[in-house]
Write a protein that binds this ligand. Structure first.
Ligand code: ZN
Ligand code: ZN
Length: 226
């Protein structure tokens, strides 16, 4: 886990002040790499099934189909794997925290891993359009374990910050977050190269700058067939 913003700031951030105060607020947050190895390291998950190496994309709740299609196509090229789009799961009401008006990402991650039909896949990526959190941070863009990851689209839209819609930027951010979190599931930690997708994003500005590509060093660490 990496830095945090105190929970008390959340309301201000949610009210759109994030843009104005970006320089004053040390946004140490975002992409969360929790050591959930004990939870997701059961070897039986990947022992059988023809999908062993494939990545499964799972829309959790109502998700724009275009985002899933684009992620499916682009992640396939980046990771050189088959990417399948799974059937959607219902809105993760079980993860909702009324006080925070946010969803606990760890609970969604756990639910993804409890689906028996997903066990044959190499990796599972849940895509949520709800604002995610973990208790220590005011929000997260995503969270990853060894087998599964989850990303949220909510804070990737310009409209969230009361800025004009920008679909290109929105898709690019979604891909960047997806690659980053999947990168963690392949064992990659954060990278010091600010142009690398595994660089820790301190803000969306970092996310936009670094883009969705691995640096050469990180690229080499992706197991197998890259
Ligand atoms: Zn990360
Ligand atoms: Zn790197």
């Amino acid at each position: 886990m990496e830095g945090s913003i105190k929970f008390s700031m959340m309301k201000r951030l949610r009210n759109g002040i994030i843009g104005d105060n970006a320089k004053r607020i040390s946004l140490a947050f975002i992409i969360l790499w929790l050591g959930l190895s004990s939870l997701f390291s059961n070897p039986s998950y990947s022992e059988k099934g023809i999908h062993k190496m494939n990545i499964l994309l799972v829309p959790v709740g109502e998700i724009d189909k275009k985002v899933i299609e684009r992620l499916q196509s682009d992640l396939g090229k980046i990771f050189n794997k088959e990417v399948e789009a799974g059937q959607g799961m219902s809105n993760p009401d079980y993860a909702y925290n009324k006080k925070r008006n946010q969803y606990l990402s760890t609970a969604i991650l756990k639910t993804l891993m409890e689906q028996k039909e997903y066990m044959a896949y190499g990796k599972v990526l849940g895509v949520v359009d709800q604002d995610l959190y973990v208790p220590e941070l005011n929000f997260v863009f995503g969270e990853a374990g060894q087998k599964a990851a989850v990303i949220s689209l909510t804070r990737l839209r310009q409209e969230f910050y009361r800025l004009p819609q920008n679909q290109t930027l929105y898709y690019k951010r979604a891909l960047t977050e997806a690659v980053h979190e999947l990168g963690h599931t392949y064992g990659l930690g954060h990278c010091r190269n600010p142009q690398c997708v595994m660089f820790f994003s301190n803000s969306l500005m970092d996310t936009d700058r670094k883009g969705s590509e691995f640096c050469l060093e990180c690229n080499r660490k992706i197991p197998g067939e890259k």
